[in-house]
Ligand binder design. Structure first.
Ligand code: NAD
Length: 399
């Protein structure tokens, strides 16, 4: 089948297996070039057996690749992806995972992935059983879920997350990737119930639940580490992110980090929230304002020579924070990898562009091409050295 992208709103509804494989290969090559070779990384302190929750795309995939190919770690992934059928391609995360397995197995690494709802206790039990059988214990747990809904395993109630301001209405600019249109949007403030539901989905409750259940099952190593990812941002994004529903949910991660440290004190677990920079992923494309903001920061940061994607951020997180004797921490003991974006000088340049940008000036003021290419890349399209006219087997299975 010859596959062309089908973009609908902020999502592409199909994916290209070879483009996804190439993306994974490029990230692996980057990690190897940065962390030398797996043999050398094996001799330095680093993860050995890793559980990645949200392992198939974005920051979670980059974390899995860094652990495996930077430190020769065995990895168990958990994700929620669709397998290909005769009629439809698989999701990008499906193809990424297949490509990851292939490369990891070739390098002699254990790599297995559970495809199902990470919020459920059934998938937690499946992960525990897989760890017991294949790894014994894990010494690092990465929590990188981004989801619009969560079924509470205790009650069966379904909670939905909302992307709305808190306290007052907010009118701002946004960019519609599908229509290539900069336009105004007016966002009504969230109700108390919408805020509470968003905290239920994207807050720290499930991270904490995972760690408690893993610990009770005896599958966490002494001194094990865990981190969950957040975005803090600055004034330009605070009304829709930092101080909005999603930001309140993310604040709950700080509470969960303290709770995990206390509940897992018997094994001296270390739990930190990691603040990462904004970049194009399936999750961020869905947040109003972010596509416009990101296309402007790409412009500024590429000019400054400070631009980074998922894999650069995560290699930095592992080397400067997770496995550093002297990590970059803020006053909430969060790992900070976002300074290149949120420092005042860079933000000031973005603010100038933000105030000027309109539909007419968007292509000139922003890194429009970079944003769009990276958006297509998420789904395996517009990747260099992939022949998009060639017939491709879409029915890739995980091995
Ligand atoms: P993403 O959409 O690329 O990845 C989400 C992952 O979660 C995928 O592996 C998906 O399969 C998995 N997932 C979703 N629902 C699931 C479920 N019910 N069960 C199992 N797996 C499920 O998102 P991302 O942007 O990499 O975000 C990961 C984390 O990083 C999020 O917490 C996000 O807030 C944070 N973050 C993102 C940015 C950004 O700009 N993209 C910046 C800072 C922090």
């Amino acid at each position: 089948m010859v596959i062309k992208p089908k973009v609908r709103g902020f999502i592409c509804t199909n994916a290209h297996p070879l483009g996804c494989k190439k993306n994974v290969g490029n990230q692996i090559a980057y990690v190897k070039s940065q962390l030398h070779n797996t043999q050398q990384a094996q001799n330095t302190e680093g993860p050995k057996n890793v559980l990645v929750i949200g392992s198939s795309t974005g920051y979670g995939l980059a974390s899995r690749i860094t652990a495996a190919f930077g430190y020769a770690a065995n990895t168990l992934g958990v994700c929620f992806e669709k397998a290909p059928s005769q009629r439809k391609t698989g999701t990008a995360g499906w193809y990424n995972t297949g490509a990851f397995h292939e490369q990891a197995h070739r390098d002699g690494l254990y790599a297995s992935t559970i495809n199902g709802d990470a919020f459920s206790d059934e998938i937690k039990a499946e992960a525990i059983a897989a760890i017991k059988e294949n790894l014994g214990k894990v010494d690092l747990v990465i929590y990188s879920l981004a989801s619009p809904r969560r079924t509470d395993p205790d009650t069966g109630d379904v909670y939905k997350s909302t992307l709305k301001p808190v306290g007052q209405a907010y009118t701002t600019k946004t960019y519609d990737t599908d229509k290539d249109l900069v336009h105004e949007i007016a966002l009504e403030p969230a109700t108390d119930d919408e805020i509470a539901q968003t905290v239920k989905v994207m807050g720290g409750e499930d991270w904490e639940r995972w760690l408690v259940q893993l610990n009770e099952a005896g599958v966490l190593s002494e001194n094990c580490k865990t981190t969950a990812y957040t975005y803090i941002g600055k004034e330009l994004t605070w009304p829709i992110y930092g101080q909005a529903t999603i930001g309140l949910a993310k604040e709950d991660l700080d509470r969960a980090a303290s709770a995990i440290i206390e509940k897992l004190s018997g094994i001296n677990a270390q739990a930190n929230v990691s603040s990462l920079k904004a970049l194009v992923t399936q999750a961020s494309s869905a947040i109003p304002v972010m596509p416009l903001y990101i296309s402007l920061i790409y412009k500024v940061m590429k000019e400054e020579g400070t631009h980074e994607g998922c894999i650069e951020q995560i290699v930095g997180l592992f080397t400067n924070c997770l496995y550093s004797q002297d990590p970059t921490l803020d006053d909430m003991k969060r790992f900070r990898m976002d300074d290149k974006e949120t420092n005042d000088a860079t933000q000031a340049k973005i603010k100038v562009l933000w105030d000027q940008v309109t539909q007419d000036t968007f292509h000139e003021l922003s890194d429009y091409k970079g944003y769009n290419t990276e958006f297509l890349n998420l789904f395996g399209f517009a990747v260099q050295d992939v022949d998009y006219e060639a017939d491709v087997d879409t029915l890739v299975q995980w091995r």
